[in-house]
Design a protein around this ligand. Sequence first.
Ligand SMILES: *Cc1c(COP(=O)(O)O)cnc(C)c1O
Length: 391
Amino acid sequence: MSEKTIYPRGRLLMGPGPSGVHPRVHEALSSPMVGHLDPQFLGIMDNIQKMLRRLFRTENRLTIAVSGTGSSGMESAFVNVVEPGDEVLVCVNGVFGNRMSDIVERIGGVLHRIDRPWGEVFELSDIEDALASHPEVKAVAIVHAETSTGALQPLEEIGKLCRSSGRLFLVDCVTSLGGERFEADEWNVDVAYSGTQKCLSCPPGLAPVTFSERAVKKLKGRESKVVSWYLDLSMIEKYWTDGERAYHHTAPISMNYALHEALCLVHEEGLEARWERHRRNSAALVAGLEALGFRLFAQEGHRLPMLNAVWIPEGVDDAGFRKALLDDYDIEIGGGLGEVAGKIWRIGLMGETSSRENIMTFLGALEALLQESGCLESPGAGLEAAAAEPG
Ligand SMILES: *Cc1c(COP(=O)(O)O)cnc(C)c1O
């Protein structure tokens, strides 16, 4: 690649994120630079807050985009409402629950962690039992869409339990937001965070977050300062939501343009229609994969529509196969992380990427490569099964 210009070739992004970006979002990124206190930019921030509330399905006043990727959203969720010595229950069934546990410990919280095998989801009774053993727990944290395994965690009952027992409920919806039903208010979620590059189909760089009045009360009533200066929402909210508009850090201006446009696209399509599109397309991909003999990794009945995890078939070389898919077909899929590295593939259908056209392109390439490596006798079955699914 020349050192003078950067012009990477386009890829079909069918991994765990980033996902494909709509041309309107690319165009928004290249809009003229303005200052972070320019009235035009403040208007864009106001719109982003309104559109984020509709997306999270919340009335929460403190609903903004944190500067940084999804992990900055995760960190801001914990640093703002957990003080050193606070007991926190973290539910771990994949990479991202692990990351939450790490953050709780780094900020001096007292971690109580419960584990489920990867690919499975938690039952309400798992959380009830843990809270009975640790009655001092002040917050419960869980991942809605575990991108490392493809499992979709039901939240409603856990939210009720947290609310009725006076505990804060923290939810990671990085991968689910904009691709699957998420109801911050109805499900009693107190803190939720997401990222831009999954089902919102925006480049990585911002983390939408929302904090309930209960969470804000905890933030305002802290005995100690938030341990992170950069992510301290008691200061950041003065820039985003106060008349004061006090400078905290320079907002990533262009990223906010991009998020604004991405949110316009989400709401033009409509949330319900968007969830339905993700579900329909996942059904077509899964039909194609199963017709080719693939087995799904995550627990039946709790599978993500935007991230389809499958066992890698016997005799297929993981790294070599994904390299050929990228080199010969410009298609990226995800490998396994942690304990399932080398065992599963993660095929993303997030946001813009979730289309029938992309599924057929992928299945065609998959069949060709499987046939080349002698793992498929009669190609066509995958494409046929996917095509038979209602579009
Ligand atoms: C991607 C992801 C994150 C982390 O987001 P980054 O943008 O990579 O920092 C956190 N949680 C889940 C569930 C994710 O899928």
